[in-house]
Design a protein around this ligand. Structure first.
Ligand code: CDP
Length: 138
């Protein structure tokens, strides 16, 4: 072993929020990279070292949407990302604030049928069935 590099075994997580209010799910429209710009995603981002997924996701949602939230249970599968990262979705409740597109080009609330028809980023399509089931149960 050559010990010069400090490495961590922790898988780097990207956490995304399923915020559902009154039978509608919040989607946010990406501005970058070019191949994803204009497509819709569950808002979120990379968890920083030292943060729990819940802490990191709350921070991302404050930065991106200007809202206070409570992060709940996981939903759907782990989606593998490049560079050993993993994408996970969480059910999230709004505590305070109105979601505003601070880092996206727009936000919108969708019903199940609208979600099914939305131009979602490819990774988030992995959660479509579970999200539709939660929306139906609302
Ligand atoms: O904001 P931050 O740079 O921390 O993260 P990001 O650029 O929004 O997301 C990190 C990676 O996760 C990118 O490759 C995104 O495309 C991906 N991602 C995704 O596929 N689906 C989401 N709902 C959120 C992020």
């Amino acid at each position: 072993m050559h010990g010069a590099r400090v490495e961590t075994n922790a898988v780097r997580e990207v956490a995304a929020a399923a915020i559902i209010v009154g039978g509608r799910l919040l989607l946010a429209q990406r501005v970058a990279p070019p191949e994803l710009a204009g497509m819709w995603e569950l808002p979120g981002g990379k968890i920083e070292p030292g943060e729990s997924p819940a802490q990191g996701l709350r921070r991302e949602l404050r930065e991106e949407l200007g809202v206070d939230t409570v992060v709940g249970d996981r939903i759907g599968v782990d989606v593998p990302l490049p560079k050993g990262m993993v994408l996970r979705a969480y059910l999230v409740s709004l505590c305070d604030g109105t979601p505003t597109a601070l880092e996206h080009s727009a936000v919108r609330w969708v019903t199940g049928p609208e979600l099914a028809a939305a131009d979602l980023v490819p990774n988030d399509r992995a959660w479509l069935a579970e999200l539709m089931a939660v929306l139906r149960a609302e």
